[in-house]
Ligand binder design. Structure first.
Ligand SMILES: *[C@@H]1O[C@H](CO)[C@@H](O)[C@H](O)[C@H]1NC(C)=O
Ligand SMILES: *[C@@H]1O[C@H](CO)[C@@H](O)[C@H](O)[C@H]1NC(C)=O
Ligand SMILES: *[C@@H]1O[C@H](CO)[C@@H](O)[C@H](O)[C@H]1NC(C)=O
Ligand SMILES: *[C@@H]1O[C@H](CO)[C@@H](O)[C@H](O)[C@H]1NC(C)=O
Ligand SMILES: CC(=O)N[C@H]1CO[C@H](CO)[C@@H](O)[C@@H]1O
Length: 287
């Protein structure tokens, strides 16, 4: 500690550091800071409520027919079953929160990124992304798994479920799964569930994608979300493989043209490249 205090005396802290990493995501950049500052709270919490505007937009993404008050009641019931989302650690000069966002694309096949991915504090996977049998390329750690009912997989008790609800029945599915212990074996671990707010989806759609496409893809939403959770973000498994195919690393897709569906894949990819060029994220191509 003597050495430490001498060190501090000779090099007084600059106090400009926003986080403990070499480079912090929140460092000012006019384009980026404007986009980030427009964000609402990413996760639903007991008291966070969405506006009529947000509900109306959200209702349109998967043609929800039921009313705002039905939505309200469902959300209330969820928070009767499990406690509100835990707050994520704020950025502070004392620590460096690192995120790996792991997409499912074929460019991970043969990448040997496993150890590099596992080295991050937070490892976010999505949908059918799996590690068993692919450890060398994708790693073994999953702290957060993003899913919606149609893409759900069983999680172990060290993984947070991050539900992306695209309609009211997705929220009802969560209620049912939690009470029946389907997706998470240990009922007492219900605090490990967080729900993306419709307000965050709308923010990504309007602020980042300028209202293009039907609604943002799960991958893009996850990437923007990770920038709210971490000081440093590394992106893996986004984009085509070496041959220009859009397979998953764990399966060859029969219909390659289905790849972006309702989403504006090109615009999302351009924004990811822009984030990379501005050194806001690290982007690992896989070759
Ligand atoms: C240094 O940062 C801390 C918190 O980050 C702040 O409370 C304090 O006022 C800052 N000190 C100076 C001299 O700017
Ligand atoms: C739903 O809840 C929000 C927030 O509590 C409230 O502002 C809104 O009026 C409610 N809407 C309906 C139709 O119950
Ligand atoms: C998590 O699951 C493992 C194996 O299934 C079990 O041994 C361990 O006790 C569980 N941990 C908690 C906190 O429930
Ligand atoms: C992964 O790469 C190997 C070797 O190139 C190849 O044989 C296999 O088909 C690939 N898997 C997928 C799902 O593309
Ligand atoms: C956290 C939050 O968004 N609270 C809002 C809930 O709704 C009321 C009225 O609709 C607003 O006044 C709050 O700001």
């Amino acid at each position: 500690s003597w050495i430490l205090s001498v060190y501090h005396d000779s090099f007084p802290p600059q106090n400009t550091s926003l986080c403990g990493c070499d480079k912090c995501l929140k460092e000012y950049d006019p384009w980026f800071s404007e986009l980030m500052n427009a964000s609402p709270e990413p996760f639903l919490a007991m008291k966070s409520n969405i506006s009529q505007d947000t509900f109306t937009w959200w209702k349109g993404i998967q043609f929800e027919k039921r009313s705002f008050s039905y939505y309200n009641t469902t959300v209330e019931r969820i928070f009767q079953v499990f406690p509100p989302s835990p707050d994520f650690a704020e950025s502070s000069p004392d620590h460096c929160r690192t995120c790996a966002v792991v997409g499912n694309f074929g460019n991970l096949n043969g990448s040997r990124y496993g150890p590099l991915i596992d080295f991050h504090d937070i490892v976010i996977r999505m949908n059918h992304g799996r590690t068993k049998g692919f450890e060398k390329d994708v790693g073994t750690k999953t702290t957060h798994h993003v899913m919606y009912p149609q893409s759900s997989t069983n999680l172990d008790n060290t993984t947070h479920l991050v539900l992306f609800p695209f309609k009211i029945s997705d929220l009802q599915w969560l209620l049912k799964s939690l009470t029946q212990g389907i997706i998470i074996q240990h009922k007492s671990d219900t605090y490990t569930v967080v729900i993306l707010s419709p307000a965050f989806m709308k923010y990504v759609h309007f602020v980042w994608l300028k209202n293009k496409g039907h609604y943002p893809s799960t991958g893009f939403l996850t990437l923007i979300l990770s920038m709210h959770m971490c000081d440093e973000v590394s992106v893996f498994g986004f984009g085509a493989d070496r041959a220009g195919n859009w397979n998953h690393y764990y399966e060859i897709l029969k219909n390659q043209r289905l790849r972006t569906g309702n989403h504006h894949g090109n615009l999302e990819y351009e924004l990811i490249q822009e984030l990379y060029q501005r050194q806001k994220i690290s982007f690992f191509r896989g070759w």
